[in-house]
Design a protein around this ligand. Structure first.
Ligand code: ADP
Ligand code: MG
Length: 251
């Protein structure tokens, strides 16, 4: 039994079948990449894992517990954290405040910024948030407003916001999207470093360099279906995968 078991999941948007009988099993402690062309259904699948979307049919079990019909904050408190395709951070707050919020949300449930004045000074949470910023090499910018950050730094901040929750499963939707090659390589190194903590990860990624640097296993999606699954070396040579990527242009 994997830590996450997705079985027979279907999701329609009107006439469009965004997910069609999707089955994926994720083993604890591994990095599992989900790749596939634009529109394949990767983000839709991730949304079904975090309670942003409800599958029409099928099951999603995490650590032996069903994730269906749960609020996003409940799923988060069960141990799943997510880095979004577009960073979701509070621009007006400092970096360390941004990292404190998910720590408080994990502990106390849904977080309202109205309550900030009461919790802002909690030293244990502050210390932990600072440590996470150091881990992603943003310690020196702890008191800078998040809106001042470069795109690459915003992604790193978001990673710290996930890690502070000490998740069992980390979901990364295109963690290197829009980054330069240098920033991409830094992110790969960072993800390898946090890999040493044994957090299970699902990485959605376009960039094959990232996939082959990080993943133990790869699932390939096209048109809402998983069309191939295996180790990165196997996937690389799979003709179905090359066809899905229009003649292998991306591989
Ligand atoms: P990917 O992340 O693999 O690029 P998505 O999961 O974002 O793909 O999208 C899969 C398909 O579902 C696409 O055709 C997309 O346009 C469609 N889709 C995604 N979200 C919605 C939505 N909320 N409403 C309608 N269609 C959607
Ligand atoms: Mg997507």
């Amino acid at each position: 039994m994997g830590i996450l078991e997705v079985k027979g999941v279907n999701k329609r948007f009107g006439g469009l079948k965004a997910l069609n009988e999707v089955n994926i099993g994720i083993e604890a402690g591994t990095v599992h990449a989900i790749i596939g062309p634009n529109g394949a259904g990767k983000s839709t699948l991730l949304n079904c894992l975090v309670g942003r979307l409800e599958p029409d049919t099928g099951t999603v079990d995490f650590d032996g517990v069903s994730l269906l019909n749960r609020q996003p904050h409940e799923i988060n408190q069960l141990g799943i954290s997510r880095v979004f395709q577009t960073p979701e951070i509070f621009g007006e707050l400092s970096l360390v405040e941004n990292v404190m919020i998910p720590a408080l949300a994990k502990r106390d449930g849904p977080f309202s910024l109205d309550a900030w004045s009461e919790v802002g000074g909690q030293k244990d949470v502050l210390d932990r948030a600072m440590a996470m910023l150091e881990d992603v090499n943003l310690g020196e910018k702890a008191n800078v407003s998040a809106k001042e950050l470069s795109r690459g730094d915003k992604r790193r901040l978001e990673l710290a916001m996930c890690l502070v929750q000490d998740p069992k499963l980390l979901l990364l939707d295109e963690p290197t999207a829009g980054m330069s090659r240098a920033d991409t390589n830094n992110t790969i190194d960072l993800l390898k470093k946090i890999g040493e903590r044994g957090i299970t990860k699902i990485v959605i990624e376009h960039d094959m360099h990232v996939v082959f640097s990080l993943a133990n296993k790869v699932s390939v999606m096209a048109q809402g279906t998983v069309i191939a699954e295996g180790k990165p070396e196997q996937i690389k040579g799979d003709p179905r995968v090359q066809e899905a990527y229009l003649g292998g242009a991306h591989l």
